[in-house]
Design a protein around this ligand. Structure first.
Ligand SMILES: Nc1ncnc2c1ncn2[C@@H]1O[C@H](COP(=O)(O)OP(=O)(O)OP(=O)(O)O)[C@@H](O)[C@H]1O
Length: 285
């Protein structure tokens, strides 16, 4: 049965985007959501889900296919309204409002715009782009090794370069929290490692919090401070793992994988994933 046969069940409570307290960049409280099947039955995806993400924290969410990871991002980013519960976005240190940016697996670059014009698109969606924005975009593109192609069109770029343009576009809106939904899954291994390093550098350079949805357990452990395991239906947090790795030198995508604790964390996540079968909302009983 196709997903188009379903509609979002009517909201009993609206999303509340008031500010989270303390150092929380994101606070999800008592979040409940269900999709309504074609025969009118509500299939609960989440029931009273609670979690938070601190300032500068990198959190990965793993779960079997259908666990509700993308739905959770859609709820957190406000693309869909929850039936009940609160999503609070933490303020910046100076007290101004925080901002969530959402980057999808597909880079969604516009082929008729140059790399630079694609990079500023996120800004353009909420205000006029200024000369200083173009300057900042060029600097960020250079930082990601894209300075020489700033005036080229996306078709001339490799998959990894395209994802970096998408990442630049996401970061140029100065988000306090970035949601990454399997952003690197279509890329080759080496490019993935480089982009994982980019995610870690992001936190180092600007204190941005990151929530990453991935099917790749290694990726989750390598980049994250915490790995949240979603399982069951309605989905619960089955495990919330503090990832502490002893690395030689700074933590990178490679040094993290070489840490002595890496395999132990890997087994914990893998065993947690194997213990859950998810019944899809579209599946007939
Ligand atoms: N618009 C919709 N209408 C009805 N059901 C939906 C809708 N979107 C998602 N679902 C159902 O909600 C459940 C969670 O879907 P979701 O896409 O969030 O899972 P996921 O964990 O991101 O899966 P994957 O890892 O395969 O991307 C699934 O059972 C799916 O069939």
């Amino acid at each position: 049965m196709s997903l188009s046969a379903f509609a979002t069940a009517p909201a009993a409570g609206a999303i509340d985007t008031t500010r989270a307290s303390g150092t929380d960049r994101l606070k999800v409280q008592q979040l409940s959501h269900a999709f309504r099947s074609a025969d009118g039955v509500d299939v609960p995806i989440f029931e009273r889900l609670d979690f938070s993400v601190k300032s500068g924290e990198i959190v990965s969410i793993v779960g079997r296919s259908g666990a509700g990871k993308s739905t959770l991002f859609n709820l957190v980013s406000g693309l869909i309204q929850p039936q009940s519960g609160h999503v609070s976005v933490g303020a910046r240190e100076d007290g101004s409002a925080g901002r969530i940016a959402y980057m999808l697996q597909k880079d969604l670059l516009m082929p008729w715009r140059t790399v630079l014009q694609n990079a500023v698109l996120g800004i353009e969606l909420y205000r006029k782009v200024k000369a200083a924005d173009y300057e900042r975009a060029r600097q960020m593109l250079s930082r990601y090794g894209l300075g020489a192609v700033a005036d080229a069109y996306p078709h001339s770029l490799s998959g990894g370069m395209r994802q970096r343009v998408a990442l630049t576009r996401t970061l140029l809106v100065d988000p306090t929290l970035v949601l990454l939904d399997e952003p690197f899954s279509a890329l080759d291994y080496e490019t993935r490692l480089a982009l994982e390093d980019d995610v870690m550098a992001l936190r180092e350079q600007s204190g941005t919090s990151v929530v990453l949805v991935t099917h790749d357990i290694e990726e989750a452990i390598a980049v994250s401070d915490r790995v949240i395991l979603l399982g069951g239906r309605p989905a619960r947090i089955e495990d919330d793992i503090d990832v502490r790795l002893t690395t030689h030198g700074p933590r990178t995508a490679v040094s993290a994988r070489e840490a002595p604790e890496f395999r132990t964390f890997h087994s914990r996540v893998w065993n947690g994933l194997r213990s859950h079968t998810i019944q899809h909302a579209g599946a007939t009983a």
